[in-house]
Write a protein that binds this ligand. Structure first.
Ligand SMILES: [Zn+2]
Ligand SMILES: [Zn+2]
Length: 342
């Protein structure tokens, strides 16, 4: 089968590899669509998670069940499914403590399991959900991004009257803003640098801070409260962490949702005197059912976030678009041809 492989940092190729064999508890998925994530681009550039290479890239994917392992129940070939890349072991102390998303022996697509940028991939049965027929694969492939955005919101621990600032207008920032307002939050401000991207957040207040000499003032005046109960960092820019710390109220929370890859100085004096909380958000704690429900929610129109589609042979262009086209692209999907396993 065809697969997009990361061979070493900066070196990606479309290669022929064997179709993976499903374990007894796994489904073999014939990929319908896989979607490029910022973390794939980080992996390609500098491999921050030290993934053993070569690896088939990709963790966002959806497709049709092609075969099932002998212990699989509730799925049959032909089912259309969304899949989740994180496979908790269910046995380690973190899994036992209800933190499967922080599992010590986690299986993960594109890391220690083959990724979704391939004609076929395997998923453990508990990490797949059948999706309604009207949900296209490229939308179903957004199940995991929706999950992690829900987790970032949960980490912000806001009540419905809470005021939320989201820094970063990439797909995660826009998706989080959309889900935040859909969850009933009335005061959501999304800040970014691209009018094109901000326009996708139809239900939040948006502020373009590009070139603004006083970002803090602009974001303070964007909320009636002048302070935010929480800020979610959806951009890997270290300066934004400092801004978030200045903009949340006393006892407020800053959620580090994007990967800030370099160590950075942090104003801990502000954290100290205003009793701030800094919390992380990366994987999600079992939000797949909720995410799949939201995918088919017509008023959210989450499918509109996928703005570009490429076939696998044009993977190079697809990756470049996802990495560079911030003023004309959001989520970029790879579409895979249907074929029989070979
Ligand atoms: Zn992702
Ligand atoms: Zn575990």
């Amino acid at each position: 089968m065809k697969a997009i492989q990361l061979r070493r940092p900066g070196n990606v190729a479309l290669v022929d590899v064997p179709v993976p064999t499903p374990q007894p508890d796994q489904l073999l998925i014939r990929t319908g669509a896989s979607v490029i994530c910022t973390s794939d681009l980080n992996d390609i550039r500098e491999n921050p998670f030290h993934i053993p290479l070569p690896v088939v890239l990709g963790h966002e994917g959806a497709g049709t069940v092609a075969a099932v392992g002998r212990d699989v129940r509730g799925f049959a070939p032909g089912d259309r499914v969304a899949t989740h890349p994180v496979h908790p072991c269910r046995a380690c102390r973190r899994c036992q403590a209800g933190m499967g998303h922080l599992c010590l022996n986690m299986g993960h697509f594109g890391l220690n399991m083959p990724g979704t940028f391939a004609d076929y991939y395997v998923v453990r049965q508990d990490r797949a959900r059948v999706v309604p027929p009207d949900v296209p694969f490229e939308l179903a492939a957004l199940a995991e991004p929706v999950c992690v955005c829900l987790q970032a919101l949960a980490q912000a621990r806001l009540d419905p009257s809470g005021t939320l600032l989201i820094l970063g207008d990439g797909p995660f920032g826009v998706l989080t803003a959309t889900l935040a307002t859909a969850s009933g939050l009335n005061h959501v401000v999304l800040a970014g640098h691209h009018d094109y991207r901000l326009a996708f957040a139809r239900t939040a207040n948006t502020v373009n801070v590009k070139g603004n000499p006083d970002v803090l003032a602009a974001l303070r005046s964007a909320t009636l409260a002048t302070e935010y109960d929480a800020a979610i960092l959806a951009v890997g820019n270290p300066a934004a962490v400092g801004q978030a710390l200045q903009l949340v109220r006393a006892k407020g929370r800053v959620v580090i949702f994007s990967a800030v890859l370099q160590p950075m100085p942090l104003d801990l004096f502000t954290v100290h005197v205003r009793e701030l909380e800094i919390v992380g958000a990366c994987n999600d704690q079992d939000r797949l059912d909720e995410a799949v429900r939201l995918l088919s929610h017509p008023s959210l129109a989450l499918g509109s976030l996928v703005t570009h589609r490429f076939t696998a042979t044009h993977y190079d262009q697809a990756l470049r678009t996802a990495a560079d086209a911030h003023d004309r692209a959001m989520k970029v999907a790879l579409l895979w041809q249907e074929q029989t396993p070979s």
